[in-house]
Design a protein around this ligand. Structure first.
Ligand code: UD1
Length: 384
């Protein structure tokens, strides 16, 4: 059997690592790893391959940046050639990035079976590019590997045949469990020093003073177009961070290239850099981010994966979105996160209610570190 699996952007890398490893138990399965190249910076891509022992991609499509149509279109054109050459039995796609959608469409048009890891998540927000990617991919896939039972219910409600749906748990937690000890051994202040953005290099300890201690800093990430692309949204939210949060607790922001670009566009960059409580670091490596999360008093984020990591680590989390495709991580379902959207009053209320909250780790069913093994077995033994 030959499997071509596809990664494109950062959130895919921690999911493919355990999958590559689990396939090694099946010597008859030939595995070809394709990187579409949507994320190409060392910090957004290569670093994760090294840290997580992911084999070098066999093929890199070098798609790079662009509009959604450009990224999806270029990926489809290049991936069609890969399929014609490799003639796999299965294409395996992960998550909800543009590569996921582009390659599932291409696979089905080339009459290749497609399996989707992390199927069935739904935010029901069609303004989110990832929701479109999820819907298209799940509609086309022959095997749908779900991370939780809520996702099974979503797929069943959409009319997906029960036999195609396999509840396997959350593959990202395989990586978290494997790597958490290594992350715990890292020094949080060293992480900050190693990753400061150029403008802050050498200045943080002098000007931004206090060394970070566990449970005494806020961690944040924010990069979604819905939060950073419009000034009316980004500016008031940033004022809250600049004028309130960072005055109470040092706030470590691992800043995504898109957010950096938009802060510059809206004239906020210099103020954010100069603010004594804001500690801006470049996109962090996997272990560094896990360590940042483990010591954070509160995590404020619009990322999908971080909600899940906060849930398992027990870090109180404010999710700066109006909806989530991962409701299992919400406090009302036993998790660690609260949806706060991007309106400042709501963010402030939740911040006040959670900043002194105790950590409370939670482990949803089958988030046990063995998801990739279940997936590899299902694929290797599939009679489809
Ligand atoms: C993508 C995913 C999103 C995920 C995010 C995490 C889609 C639809 N979205 O969004 O689900 O949460 O990754 O990182 O696939 N850029 C760089 N260097 C890079 C990559 C991008 O500078 O290595 C710049 C690009 O030039 C672009 C911006 O960052 O201006 C956004 O990149 P893009 O790949 O379009 O989407 P993300 O916002 O990263």
């Amino acid at each position: 059997m030959k499997i071509v699996s596809v990664v494109g952007a950062r959130p895919n890398f921690m999911k493919v690592a355990p999958f590559c490893r689990a396939l090694k138990a099946y010597p008859d399965v030939k595995h070809v790893l394709v990187h579409t190249g949507q994320h190409y910076d060392v910090r957004m891509s290569e670093q994760f391959f090294k840290e997580l022992d992911i084999p070098n991609p066999d093929i890199n499509l070098e798609i790079g940046s662009g509009s959604h149509a450009e990224q999806v279109g270029r990926t489809m054109i290049a991936f069609e050639k890969v399929l014609k050459e490799e003639k796999p039995d299965w294409v395996v796609v992960l998550g909800d990035v543009n590569a996921t959608c582009a390659c599932s469409i291409t696979a089905k048009k080339e009459h290749v079976k497609c399996a989707h890891i992390e199927a069935g998540l739904r935010s029901r927000d069609m303004d989110m590019p990832e929701e479109i990617n999820r819907l298209v991919t799940d509609r086309l896939s022959d095997l749908l590997f779900t991370p939780d039972r809520l996702s099974n219910a979503n797929l069943e409600a959409e009319g997906v045949e029960g036999g195609k749906i396999k509840f396997v748990g959350n593959i990202m937690i395989d990586t978290l469990e494997r790597e958490r000890e290594r992350a715990a051994a890292l020094d949080i202040n060293q992480i900050v020093r190693d990753n400061l953005i150029d403008e802050l290099d050498g200045r943080v300890e002098v000007e931004k003073g206090r060394l970070l201690k566990d449970n005494s800093y806020v961690a944040m990430t924010m990069h979604r177009p819905s939060n950073v692309d419009q000034g009316e949204t980004l500016v008031p939210v940033m004022r809250f961070f600049l004028d309130e949060v960072s005055k109470e607790y040092p706030t470590v922001w691992a800043i995504h290239p898109r957010a950096q670009k938009m802060l510059k566009e809206f004239g906020l960059w210099d103020e954010v850099v100069a603010n004594p409580g804001m500690i801006l670091v470049n996109p962090l490596g996997y272990h560094e981010m896990l360590r940042l999360n483990m010591g954070a008093r509160l995590f404020m984020t619009d990322s999908g994966g971080l909600q899940e990591e906060c849930c398992v680590l027990g870090t109180p989390c404010l999710t700066m979105r109006w909806n989530t495709e991962r409701p299992i991580t919400l406090m009302e379902n036993g998790g660690a996160s609260i949806l706060v959207g991007n309106a400042v009053e709501k963010i402030r209320d939740a911040y006040r209610s959670q900043i002194d909250a105790a950590r409370h780790a939670m482990r949803p069913e089958l988030w046990d570190g063995h998801t990739a093994e279940r997936i590899a077995k299902a694929l290797a033994c599939s009679t489809l």
